[in-house]
Design a protein around this ligand. Structure first.
Ligand code: CP3
Length: 349
């Protein structure tokens, strides 16, 4: 069982024990990836992105790369939210320059073809990556396991790709809520097992990515974002009461307050459009706030970047806070800007 006490040597975990740390812990969403030349070198050795995710030795290596380079307070296991549909036997491909493509699920018959009992061998590879990373990580670095939230994963499974408005999943929700609920329930079940396996292998914090939470009317948001997340978190907490869970309901706006209060998450990762004042004042007092620098500002660098970083750190000096971006790092980001960010947050000039 991971330590989650105020004495933990992992600063990231001390924040979840209620401590306000100066400087705050820092890690970045998508911290492993194409902006790093050493990632591109490893990526070039495999045929496609999923092969990288399923080769524990290489996935562990790219997980560790940004921690070595920038000494982040946490590593996040190198995998993808679409490993879950892939492990369920839905066909998932990553097309170079176009993003993910799945054989879209459009009917109950196609839904019935998903096979939860087939997931083990692929999940096992991710668990092995977690175990390898834990072995090689400094003791002071936390290890984050993750999955996509049921709603966001379902949008990809139903659309067959990323989309601007998630119309396929939203229409299914209106026309046949019970049918969509079967998919959501299946994803809850599989995600509990997937995250539990990551904890057993050595993950000591979890993050649930709900990247497409922001496009729903409030009643739908409650039904498809808050409720599935609450059930998922509840089932994890019953097994692992001390492992902190961070939720990332991207685009939730003011609904983030209900999300933080009702899902049982310990931390809320805020996107870059969330006002700092809202983050500091409107979220439940016990919720750890994570975020929310605009990834484009990190890419741009310069005086606007430097002053916003200072503003963010100052805004949360009195609150349990983890420095992060408001979404994943952009591939064009100069690595020097990331080094500068870590220096600024840690108080070096
Ligand atoms: O460093 C980390 O954060 C860990 C690894 C990680 C990846 N994807 C690696 C990845 C994590 C946590 C994710 C989460 C993820 N994947 C999300 C949720 C967060 C978000 O960004 O909203 C989503 C929606 C996905 C689905 C996905 N995977 C898309 C849409 C794409 C294509 C876009 C792109 O950037 O190419 C991916 C591919 C992907 N996942 C890459 C990486 C490093 C790039 C693939 C490559 O190297 O060719």
């Amino acid at each position: 069982m991971p330590a989650r006490t105020t004495e933990s040597e992992r600063r990231m975990l001390r924040v979840f024990a209620g401590q306000t740390l100066t400087p705050p812990p820092i890690w970045l969403m998508r911290q492993a990836g194409r902006y790093l030349p050493e990632y591109r070198e490893v990526r070039a050795r495999v045929r496609d992105f999923l092969e990288l995710c399923y080769t524990p030795e290489l996935a562990a290596e790219v997980t560790l790369q940004p921690v070595r380079r920038f000494d982040f307070d946490a590593a996040i296991v190198f995998a993808d939210i679409l490993i879950v549909p892939d492990a369920l036997n839905q066909t998932v491909r990553f097309v170079e320059g176009e993003g993910p493509r799945l054989d879209a699920i459009r009917s109950a018959a196609e839904l019935a073809r998903l096979n939860p009992s087939a997931t083990r061998p692929k999940f096992q590879r991710v668990f092995e990556t977690v175990a390898r990373v834990r072995q090689d990580l400094p003791h002071t670095t936390a290890l984050i396991g993750f999955c996509g939230a049921p709603w966001t994963v379902a949008t990809y499974m139903v659309e067959g790709q990323g989309s601007v408005d998630q119309a396929g999943a939203r229409l299914w929700a209106y026309r046949d809520p019970q049918g969509l609920q079967r998919l959501i329930s299946l994803l809850e079940d599989v995600s509990v097992e997937y995250l539990s396996g990551q904890i057993d292998a050595g993950a000591d914090v979890l993050q649930i990515f709900d990247s497409w939470a922001g496009n729903l009317p409030d009643d739908q948001f409650r039904h498809w974002v808050i409720e599935p997340t609450r059930r998922l978190v509840g089932r994890l907490k019953a097994r692992y009461p001390t492992v902190p869970v961070i939720g990332f309901p991207r685009g939730a706006g003011p609904l983030a307050r209900a999300y933080a209060a009702e899902t049982g998450v310990d931390g809320l990762s805020c996107d870059w459009a969330m006002p700092l004042k809202f983050m500091a004042q409107e979220l439940p007092k016990h919720t750890v706030v994570q975020g929310n620098l605009d990834p484009l500002l990190l890419l741009a660098g310069g005086p606007a970047f430097e002053s916003r970083v200072a503003e963010l750190v100052a805004q949360f000096a009195q609150r349990a806070f983890i420095f992060n971006l408001g979404h994943g790092i952009q591939p064009q980001t100069p690595p020097e800007n990331v080094a500068r960010l870590v220096g600024l947050v840690r108080g070096a000039d």
